[in-house]
Design a protein around this ligand. Structure first.
Ligand code: SF4
Ligand code: SF4
Length: 214
């Protein structure tokens, strides 16, 4: 029995030593090719691949693993910026996301017109308790206006729990940010939006032709 364990131990140590020495050998190979193996996108991609030899960990937080497009952490709200630089929330404060959220960690306060008291389709306040959020993405799935999406930012550590109740200001990000982290999703939604607009315009044109016909 002892002999068997000893053999396994030696095999394990051999693997460890192989990785140890290969780290230096690979470093020298990369240097000879005039490339940097650390702190570069190419170097990180290599260490994540099946080609990796030697060290395959990343030097976090100086290096970070890229996340796939569908990676999701906590939600964020999207706003558009018009030609005058004015921000416009996509959110209409319809409340669907708050209804479907399984742990009920979304709170929305609707905006009311100060003169008429009638509701305006935009949120006055929007809160998400990110300590309670279970990152399920249902809010983003159900939002009919593509106004809430799942973020890639996973570095949310703070020293004080109260900072994890995110308000509208902290949740809001421009549509350009969304396009940068989820380009395929953004392109698909924009295409669908344009097609829907074109279909509506065609329907309007058809109905006006029918009504004006003698
Ligand atoms: S984020 Fe979407 S689902 Fe939630 S209130 Fe706003 S428009 Fe409605
Ligand atoms: S990701 Fe899930 S848990 Fe988090 S706010 Fe959205 S619906 Fe709620």
């Amino acid at each position: 029995m002892d002999g068997m364990y000893g053999k396994g131990l030696l095999k394990g140590l051999a693997v460890t030593f192989k990785h140890f020495w290969m780290t230096y050998i690979e470093d020298i190979r990369w240097l000879m090719r005039g490339k940097r193996r650390y702190y570069t996108t190419e170097g990180i991609a290599n260490r994540r691949s099946s080609e990796a030899a030697g060290i395959f960990t990343v030097q976090y937080p100086d290096e970070k693993m890229p996340v796939p497009e569908e990676f999701r952490y906590v939600p964020f709200l999207i706003y558009e910026v018009d030609e005058n630089g004015e921000k416009h929330d996509r959110c209409t404060s319809c409340g669907i996301c708050a209804k479907v959220c399984p742990p009920q960690c979304i709170w929305i306060v609707r905006t009311n017109d100060p003169k008429t008291g009638r509701p305006i389709p935009e949120p006055e306040q929007f809160y998400i308790d990110v300590d309670v959020c279970m990152n399920c993405g249902l809010c983003a799935e159900y939002c009919p206006f593509d106004a809430i999406k799942m973020d890639h930012d996973y570095e949310l550590s703070v020293y004080d729990r109260q900072y994890n109740l995110y308000d509208k200001e902290k949740l809001s990000k421009p549509v350009s940010y969304y396009a940068s982290i989820r380009p395929a999703n953004y392109d698909r939604e924009e295409k669908a939006r344009k097609e829907a607009e074109a279909a509506k315009a065609a329907a309007r044109a058809a109905s006006s032709t029918t009504t004006t016909a003698p």
